[in-house]
Design a protein around this ligand. Structure first.
Ligand code: GLV
Length: 320
């Protein structure tokens, strides 16, 4: 390579592209960072990119990304790549796993508490100045099931255990125990796991195999006094079936951070169901995200420059 020419060109296709470019500039003068926060300039820059940083892979410019060898996803889920999954074998895909677990576990435990105590009802009663005491079981009497025990799911499991709950969970590989999980199920044994749970938490990646995983049959295995919490992807659940179950009382309620369509359409019945807490895909978004994520990215830039194996590589066939 000619003296002075960059050793690596990275396109930053992200709303925080300027901040990432500044951090790269401070640490890696030999790296050329091309800032393309939106679609402007992306088509032109992507042709020069050895690497790409983005939350969602911009599949519309994939055909122009002839030099691309590395995609660093700023989030956990790499489902944006699935439409071109069979064509990206030459690209190393890495994600930001490790920075989401704590804040998502905060969200899940808040949801568990709010749903279990029916805080929506307390808030309605407060607004009406109604004094309506009732008994509530301690969480230690309850069972929480985590579907998907990756980095995020395992953090949720530990947190639920520390709240005194019985914790069950499922994952593909059950050969080793998972800290905090009392009973481990294989991912194809959901029908046995679901009826045990007072809270079912979805923490698995969306892959062609998991899309629609929670349909009518699985929802029917969730008890009528149990709650569903989804912090994964909306399309893992067949939303129409979930809405039906929530409307008929087939399940007790839900806390949903993700939806089949986002933003959640204004006319979705989920907005105003009394047994639903709906939030705008926020559970895995800790403050100072760029600064929390950058050490993973920087470590990988260093590795890429040295020709070493990258960290947080995602196996696209598994989705994590
Ligand atoms: C957010 O949903 C992520 O995948 O990081």
């Amino acid at each position: 390579m000619a003296a002075g020419s960059p050793e690596l060109t990275i396109v930053l296709n992200h709303p925080a592209a300027e901040s990432y470019a500044r951090l790269i500039g401070e640490r890696f003068p030999q790296v050329r960072a091309l800032v393309a926060p939106g679609t402007d300039r992306l088509e032109q820059y992507i042709e020069e990119a050895d690497a790409l940083l983005a939350f969602r892979f911009p599949v519309e410019v994939f055909d122009k990304a002839k030099r691309l060898r590395w995609f660093q996803c700023t989030g956990a889920g790499v489902d944006s790549l699935f439409p071109i999954r069979d064509r990206v074998g030459h690209i190393t895909v890495t994600n930001a796993r490790g920075i989401h677990g704590d804040v998502i576990a905060d969200y899940v435990m808040a949801g568990v508490t709010m749903l279990h105590w029916d805080f929506r009802r307390f808030l309605r009663e407060q607004a009406d100045r109604e004094w309506n005491p009732r008994f509530v079981a301690p969480l230690a009497d309850k069972t929480l099931g985590v579907i998907g025990l990756g980095s995020i799911g395992a953090t949720i499991a530990r947190r639920a255990k520390s709240a005194g709950m019985t914790v069950v969970g499922s994952k593909r590989d059950v050969s080793a125990p998972v800290e905090g999980v009392d009973e481990l199920f294989r991912s194809d044994a959901l029908e046995d796991l679901l009826p045990l749970c007072d809270f079912v938490v979805l923490a698995l990646p969306a892959t062609p195999e998991t899309v629609g995983l929670i349909g009518a049959a699985e929802i029917a295995r969730i008890r009528s006094d149990a709650f569903l919490i989804n912090i994964a992807r909306g399309n893992i659940v067949v939303e129409a079936e979930l809405i039906k179950a929530l409307q008929t009382g087939a399940i007790a309620g839900a806390m949903l951070d993700v939806f089949e369509r986002e933003p959640l359409p204004k006319d979705s019945p989920l907005w105003d169901m009394p047994n639903v807490i709906a939030t705008p895909h926020v559970s895995g978004a800790p403050t100072n995200y760029t600064e929390r994520m950058f050490p993973i990215f920087a470590d990988n830039i260093e590795r890429f420059l040295k020709g070493q194996a990258l960290k947080n590589v995602v196996d696209l066939a598994r989705g994590y």
